[in-house]
Ligand binder design. Structure first.
Ligand code: AHR
Length: 679
């Protein structure tokens, strides 16, 4: 491997190593491979940037709607019609479309249909009319693959309602289980009137309520006439009890990754399939019931309840800064405008306004809007990215589009760092964003990709070009999306080890690659529901954190990334690994200044244990108490809702540690050793 190596190993040292390994006290069934790992703590090298680890996100796999955004009602504005029942095999035509929107169904004898007359406001063009009959009549929403029920839990329901045809009674909101139709929580509005009015109700489950996601939310009434509903919402408790807030379990998992930035809002989602469906941030601010929503590019509508203020809330609650992706006049179907066009002037102004919304003072026009949306304090913003993966734009228009936007941004915000998503020649960006999706074997080999090239650097390339950060132009690389892609819908251990090796290589080269983030971050793992005609929850196969309505789990890769994020260190230390296959055993080391700790990170992606003899140099003393954190298991193993920690790190205390520690690395493992040392 082309590690930075100023160290050498003598023949005598190798013989000593062989002797040492022969009498290893660590039990090992098959001591097939032996390796020597020399770490020199006296030569701290690259300072690892504080911002190195981040998250990448977009609306894919129901990341927000049906994921992080805690809203429980799917199709809350009734704009998606359906349901779309699967007609089954054979040439039979499917049933006619239902007048009841998808994810909604009838309760009792009445009728329901969408209505476009006299909407609440232009952003909510569709309401649902429930015609009452005898007995209780209602409409039920089945949520995002179920409404989650927990005991002792208070939900907040909000909706608009108005009565007609003589109806002026109360509306009952309830949560009911599918099996046994058990009502676990309910509350009534006062008598509704013939004018639209917004109602807010609290629904609390009892101590003996079941825990289940097989439940639905029902709005019902009794009497004559009809009731119309608009913008129906239901929230469980949210992270830090924020209105319109986020799912606590997912926030907790993300916090463990200690992200310093969140790259948002995409990804393809920034661009959209068509111009009408791009990330149009001005439609995603202000009160939630004034946001029209739009078709996302991953096959489903985005409610845009998770809009720009919610992205910022997310950053704030995780202590991260946004890396703000700016729409750059190119959409996924290839349509685009040229630099200098009137349209690009509009998008450039939109981008300037967006930057002001995020980071301007509350006295500025868009800062004032942000304050009205709940965030009086400006957000720290150091980076913006113009476009996404513009190497797909074969027309060559990116240079013009980028340059027009970059010049305007630089003139107004000279301190902002500007990231380009493809090669440009007319304006020098601060960073290039490059992406790597690979098989596990390939990504493992890419651990050396950014090492200083021997000889002249190869030309700049994208979509996994890899050498860009080492070009003579000095433009660094942001690896803004990457992953090993084995395991569905979350990666297996083989992928996780490749991911770890890749990130260790980036960290070692963080002078050239100062920031990185895995992608995609979130996945709703619900399978297809053929009976109801619902597709599966995800569109991308390999994702970091999985969940359904009730539960969540970190993938194996998630745990590898948590291990690395929590054991970053401040400086890279030079290492030399000998006697091991460098495509199988991968090692790096860093120095944590505040903790006075040498952190050694070793991947063994092979099927046999590897006995490693550490030779830690440049330290005066090593404390006898050290720690090993180990992730290992079967290479095909994945975590899941039912086995959330099938492969998860375990921490072991090491007694009597010395600078010449010996250790057996399990097959298919990531090991992190923490040794307190005085230099
Ligand atoms: O991460 C999934 C997709 O991969 C992103 O939307 C896109 O940028 C990339 O091609």
């Amino acid at each position: 491997m082309r590690y930075i190596t100023q160290l050498w190993t003598t023949r005598i040292a190798r013989l000593a190593l062989a002797a040492a390994i022969a009498c290893l006290s660590v039990a090992s069934a098959r001591a097939d491979v032996a390796a020597m790992l020399t770490v020199d703590a006296s030569k701290p090298g690259v300072a690892i940037p504080r911002d190195f680890f981040g998250l990448m996100t977009e609306e894919i796999n129901h990341a927000y709607d049906g994921g992080l955004f805690a809203e429980l009602i799917q199709n809350r504005t009734f704009q998606d019609m359906g349901p779309r029942p699967n007609p089954g095999p054979g040439p039979r035509p499917g049933p006619p479309p239902s007048p009841v929107p998808v994810h909604w169904s009838l309760v009792g004898e009445g009728k329901a249909a969408t209505d476009r007359n006299e909407p609440v406001n232009p952003a909510l063009p569709v309401s649902l009319q429930l015609d009452l009959a005898s007995g209780e009549c209602g409409v039920a929403n089945d949520g995002y693959w179920g409404i989650p029920v927990w005991p002792d839990t208070t939900y907040v329901a909000t909706f608009y309602a108005r009565g007609g045809g003589g109806f002026a009674g109360p509306v009952t909101a309830s949560i009911r289980t599918d099996a046994a139709d058990l009502t676990v929580a309910k509350a009534d509005t006062p008598a509704v009137t013939s004018a639209w009015k917004k109602y807010t109700l609290k629904l609390t489950t009892a101590h003996d309520a079941p825990t289940t996601a097989k439940a639905r939310f029902v709005l019902s009434a009794r009497g004559q006439g009809f009731v119309r509903f608009s913008f129906v919402s239901l929230f469980p408790p949210t992270y830090q009890n924020t209105p319109n807030g986020l799912r606590p379990d997912l926030m907790k998992l993300m916090a463990e990754l200690r992200p310093k930035f969140i790259r948002l809002p995409g990804g393809n989602y920034l661009e959209g399939g068509r111009f009408a469906d791009r990330f149009n941030w001005k439609q995603m601010i202000g009160p939630a019931d004034q946001r029209p929503g739009h078709m996302g590019c991953w096959g489903y509508r985005s409610s845009d309840g998770f809009g720009l203020p919610e992205y910022l809330l997310w950053c704030k609650q995780l202590g991260a800064e946004p890396i703000l992706g700016l729409f750059a006049g190119y959409v996924l179907n290839g349509d685009h405008f040229k630099g200098g066009s009137a349209e690009m002037a509009i998008y450039t102004q939109e981008a300037l306004d967006e930057i002001e919304y995020v980071s301007g003072p509350a006295s500025s026009p868009w800062g004032k809007q942000r304050a009205a949306d709940g965030f009086p304090e400006p957000f720290a913003l150091k980076y913006v990215e113009i476009g996404n993966e513009d190497w797909f734009d074969r027309s060559g228009s990116y240079d013009g589009r980028f340059t027009q936007m970059a010049k305007a941004i630089r003139a107004r915000y000279p301190k902002l760092k500007i990231i380009a998503s493809a090669p440009v020649k007319s304006f020098v960006p601060d960073l290039y964003d490059d992406h790597f999706y690979r098989g596990a074997r390939d990504l493992t080999r890419m651990t050396t990709l950014y090492d200083k090239p021997v000889g002249p650097p190869p030309p700049v390339t994208f979509n996994g070009g890899g050498h860009n950060g080492r070009q003579p132009d000095g433009i660094k690389t942001f690896v803004g999306e990457w992953a090993a892609q084995e395991g569905q819908p979350t990666p297996n251990l083989r992928s996780a080890l490749a991911d770890a090796a890749f990130v260790m290589g980036l960290e070692r080269n963080s002078d050239a690659v100062p920031m990185e983030c895995y992608a995609p971050l979130l996945v709703n793992v619900n399978p297809e529901d053929r009976a109801k005609g619902y597709p599966k929850g995800w569109q991308w196969n390999t994702n970091l954190i999985g969940y359904d309505a009730l539960r969540s789990f970190g993938s194996v890769s998630y745990y590898a990334q948590v291990m690395l994020a929590q054991n970053q260190g401040d400086f890279v230390l030079p290492v030399q690994l000998t006697e091991a296959d460098p495509t199988v055993v991968v090692a790096t080391a860093t120095w944590d200044k505040a903790a006075g700790t040498v952190i050694v990170k070793i991947v063994n992606s092979g099927p046999t244990p590897v006995n490693v003899a550490l030779d830690l140099r440049g330290v005066a003393k090593v404390a006898p108490e050290a720690t090993a954190i180990v992730l290992s298991g079967e290479p095909d193993a994945v975590n899941s809702l039912d086995e959330p920690t099938r492969v998860a790190p375990r921490t072991e205390a090491i007694a009597n540690a010395t600078a010449n520690l010996q250790r057996s690395l399990p097959p298919h493992s990531l090991t992190i050793l923490r040794l307190k040392a005085a230099t």
